[in-house]
Design a protein around this ligand. Structure first.
Ligand code: ADP
Length: 284
C-alpha cells in the first residue's frame, strides 16, 4: 500500500480509495459511519499480483471495503470520496472483479459444472466462447480445484470444503484481475481450512491477480498475505500496515509455516497491534 502523495509508478494503482467515507442510513437517526476518510493505493505488479489480508474488530468496515471495490448496490456509492479500479471510478460490479463469500454461494439447482459455466454463459458475447468450449473450460476448473468425479453433482451433495472449491472455480474461471474474499474459510474446520489455503495459494500463483482477503484469523492473514492491514474499530480506518515483517510463504505448506518460530512471532506482533488499535492504546 502507498499513501497519497507518495511517489507513484507510471501504471495506475489496481485499487485506490481516495478519502472514502461510508455512512449507512445517512441523515436518519440510524446513521452509522462504517468507514471514515479511508485512503490507500494498491500498486499494479504485472506478473506477480499482490495479496492483501485485512483484519480488524467485527463491524469495523472490512466487508464494506470489499463491497465498495466490487460496487455492490447496498453499499454503493460511498458517502464521500472515490473508489477507483485501474484509474476508473467504480460504478458497479464488473467481470474484472470476482467475489468469494463465506457462505456457499453456488446455485443449488445447478450441478458443479453448470455452476462453473454460469458466469461464462452470462458473459458469452464478451468472452467469445462457444458452449462446448465453455463446458471444456469448466471441466478443466473442476480438475484444478480438486473436484474430479464431482462435476455432475449438486451442491447439497458436497461437503463444505468442496462447495467452497466450486465457489473458487466459479470465480476464477472468469479470470478476474481482482479477487475479493470475505471470510471465505471461516465456516470450515481446521484441516479443511489448511487445504483451502494450500489451494488458493497454488491457484493465485498461477493467476497473478490482486487478492483482498478479509479474515478473522491473524495466522491466516500472515500466511496468505503479502501485506496485512489492521483496521481500527468503526468508523474504520487502516490503522497499521505490515509488509516487511510478513514472511514470504508462497509455495510453502501452511502446517509447516504455522509451526515456524518467526511466523508465530509475527502473528503475536500483529495480534498486539490489533489489540492496541481496538482499545485505542496506539498513537496510530
Ligand atoms: P466487518 O466486515 O468489519 O465486520 P462490515 O463492513 O460488514 O464490518 O460492517 C460495518 C458496519 O456497517 C457494521 O456496523 C454493519 O452493521 C454496518 N453495515 C454494513 N452494511 C450495512 C448496510 N447495508 N446497511 C446498514 N448498515 C450496514
Amino acid at each position: 500500500m502507498t499513501v497519497p502523495g507518495a511517489v507513484q509508478t507510471s501504471m495506475p494503482p489496481v485499487v485506490e480509495f481516495r478519502g472514502v467515507t461510508k455512512t449507512f442510513n445517512a441523515g436518519t437517526p440510524k446513521a452509522f459511519t462504517a468507514l471514515d476518510d479511508v485512503s490507500f493505493a494498491v500498486e499494479d505488479k504485472p506478473g506477480c499480483g499482490e495479496f492483501i489480508a485485512i483484519v480488524g474488530p467485527s463491524g469495523c468496515g472490512k466487508s464494506t471495503i470489499l463491497n465498495l471495490i466490487q460496487g455492490f448496490d447496498d453499499v454503493y456509492p460511498p458517502t464521500a470520496g472515490e473508489v477507483r479500479v485501474r484509474d476508473r471510478r467504480v460504478v458497479g460490479p464488473g467481470r474484472d472483479r470476482g467475489m468469494i463469500f463465506q457462505k456457499y454461494s453456488s446455485f443449488p439447482h445447478r450441478t458443479v459444472l453448470e455452476n462453473i459455466t454460469f458466469g461464462l454463459e452470462l458473459n458469452q458475447g464478451e468472452l467469445d466462447l462457444s458452449r462446448p468450449a465453455a463446458r471444456e473450460l469448466a471441466r478443466e476448473w473442476v480438475s484444478r480445484v480438486g473436484l474430479d468425479g464431482h462435476g455432475e453433482k449438486y451442491p447439497h451433495q458436497l461437503s463444505g470444503g468442496q462447495q467452497q472449491r466450486v465457489a473458487i472455480a466459479r470465480t476464477l474461471v472468469l479470470k478476474p484481475e481482482i479477487i475479493l474474499m470475505d471470510e471465505p474459510f471461516s465456516a470450515l474446520d481446521e484441516p479443511t481450512r489448511y487445504e483451502m489455503q494450500r489451494l488458493i495459494m497454488e491457484l493465485w500463483n498461477e493467476q497473478e491477480t490482486t487478492v483482498f482477503i478479509v479474515t478473522h484469523s491473524i495466522a491466516e492473514a500472515v500466511f496468505l498475505g503479502d501485506e496485512v492491514w489492521v483496521m481500527t474499530p468503526a468508523p474504520g480506518r487502516v490503522g497499521r500496515v505490515f509488509r516487511d515483517r510478513v514472511p514470504r510463504t508462497r509455495g510453502l505448506d501452511p502446517i509447516d509455516v504455522h509451526q515456524d518460530a518467526n511466523f508465530k512471532e509475527v502473528v503475536t506482533e500483529i495480534g498486539e497491534a490489533f489489540r492496541e488499535l481496538e482499545t485505542g492504546d496506539s498513537g496510530a
